[in-house]
Design a protein around this ligand. Sequence first.
Ligand SMILES: [Zn+2]
Length: 316
Amino acid sequence: MKLHVNEEFSFKVKTIIKKGIFYTLLLSGFMYGSYKSGKDYCDEHPEYRYEDISNNDYNEEVDEEIEEEIEKEMQESIKEEVKVIEGINETINNNIIKNDERKVVAITFDDGPGSYTDRLLDILKENNVKVTFFVLGKNVLKYPDVVKRAYDEGHEICIHGYSHKYYTDKDPNTGEERGLGIKGTREEIVTTYNILREIDVEPQPYVRPPGGKVTDEIVQNIDYAFFKWSVDTRDWESRNKDKIKEIIYRDIENGSIVLQHDIHECSVDATEEYLPTLTSDYKFVTISELFNELDNDLEICNLYRNAKVKEKQLSY
Ligand SMILES: [Zn+2]
């Protein structure tokens, strides 16, 4: 019985093993067949093989062409957008110019250039403001690059003198004339003019007499337009930026000529603070522009304190 059972068991095991081998062979054959037919198909149609698709030169070229096309289109659209933005900006700028009803004021700086002038030029550039410098020849020799920079950046360069000696002066005790007079004044102006021409700066034919001291005789005998001022910041006296600002806020009006000195740091500090707060109401311009804006004629051998405003005649 035991043996019989064993024989029966052994038979069953053998049958299972035989069936297992059969099905394994059948499955292997099927798998090989699938592989073989797939391989054959791929061999016949290489374009469907994954490797061939990814590494195909033709496809790379197509990809590059598509990329180039896309990039081209993007650049075109960017160009179009830039054109639109430029157009809008131009319209805005034109409207600002056409509708600019700000009052015009000329800021002038005397006695420079000095060690603060370069910083002043940075501030003016930041605020997009042009001013007028009445320079001293002896200081132009010390800071030629600064004067050239001011000139190149569109500021007006004019002459104050060479040494800052007064064109005219009377001895307070004797009442005697001890100024430069016509001949001495002319020499100071010509010397400074030549120094400026040496550094390729063409000054305007405008002068400001040191201390504002001048006689009718000097004005009428020198072929320059002479300028005083209508707003005196007295920066040289107070050396206080807040006082300078106070005077400017209080006194400037349409056609004003403001007197400052770029050799004093306080005056440069004040300019840095008042410019951004005033540019919405005032357009700061050079002396030439001031007279132009208000339709005033500038003539040599004349003395000016400001530019005349039609609706409100200011005294000369
Ligand atoms: Zn001066």
